[in-house]
Design a protein around this ligand. Structure first.
Ligand SMILES: [Zn+2]
Ligand SMILES: [Zn+2]
Length: 140
């Protein structure tokens, strides 16, 4: 039994880390992994454990009780910062240039950043585009 759940966890981790830029609901994940024979309740149990461990970020969709999950953490994610959209909640894994610049700026102030816990807030490109479209729409 223990081995079985470890296998499920590995499967789930593998799937999430390959899709680290996408947010999924438990339904989405169990659908995508349906051929792997991992049950919805197993997905639910495992992913919430990962959220508690800080490997996965949990979001609540505004105006609903729907939960979405996105992969944010493993050793690779420790090497860069994360940018979080204040509108849709999507997390972008910052590239090493951004991370390097910010880490450098912080260290100039004698400050060591905790990359795992540092999140930069703003508006993602797709939410930004939507706003632009809205604005130009009003112009016309
Ligand atoms: Zn990352
Ligand atoms: Zn967004």
């Amino acid at each position: 039994m223990e081995q079985y759940s470890t296998k499920q966890r590995r499967l789930l981790l593998n799937f999430l880390s390959k899709n680290a830029d996408i947010q999924f609901s438990v339904d989405d994940i169990s659908e995508k992994l349906s051929e792997k024979k991992i049950s919805k309740s197993a997905v639910y149990r495992n992913i919430n454990k990962m959220a508690d461990e800080g490997i996965v970020e949990r979001f609540i969709v505004e105006g609903s009780k729907k939960l979405l999950y996105q992969y944010i953490g493993d050793d690779e994610c420790l090497a860069h910062l994360h940018l979080k959209c204040g509108i849709c909640g999507t997390i972008t894994h910052a590239d090493f240039n951004i991370t390097g610049d910010i880490t450098k700026a912080a260290s100039c102030a004698g400050f060591t950043l905790d990359r795992r816990r540092t999140m930069l807030f703003g508006v993602c490109s797709s939410c930004g585009d939507e706003k632009k479209t809205e604005r130009s729409g009003k112009h016309i």
